[in-house]
Design a protein around this ligand. Structure first.
Ligand SMILES: [Zn+2]
Length: 95
C-alpha cells in the first residue's frame, strides 16, 4: 500500500491529494521523470554526455571521478576488486 511521502498517511489509489496533510501526491509522470534523471545521473551514457558537454573536460573528469569515489562503498570496492582480479586471472591463464 502506498503512503503519503510527507506524513506517511495511508494513500488510496485514486487520491490526488493527501486528506491528512493536504500535500499533493507525486504523479506517475513526476516519478518517471525522477527515475529518468536518476538513470541519466548514474548511467555510463549520462556520464559520457556530461563529460562531452563540459567546457573544461579535464576538470569535469576530475569532478566525476571524485563523485564516483565518494559514492563507492566498501561493498562496491570489493566487487570491483573481485571483477578486476577475475579478469586478471582469466588473462593470465589464457596467455
Ligand atoms: Zn500527507
Amino acid at each position: 500500500m502506498n503512503k503519503c511521502p510527507s506524513c506517511d498517511y495511508e494513500r488510496k489509489d485514486l487520491d490526488v491529494r493527501c486528506p491528512k496533510c493536504g500535500d499533493f501526491y507525486p504523479t506517475i509522470q513526476a516519478l518517471l521523470a525522477e527515475e529518468v534523471a536518476y538513470e541519466e545521473q548514474h548511467s555510463l551514457r549520462g556520464w559520457c554526455l556530461r563529460i562531452i558537454k563540459a567546457d573544461d573536460i579535464k576538470a569535469a573528469l576530475g569532478q566525476e571521478f571524485k563523485q564516483f569515489k565518494d559514492e563507492l562503498s566498501y561493498k562496491g570496492m570489493f566487487t570491483l576488486f573481485l571483477i578486476i582480479s577475475f579478469v586478471f586471472a582469466l588473462l593470465v591463464s589464457v596467455l
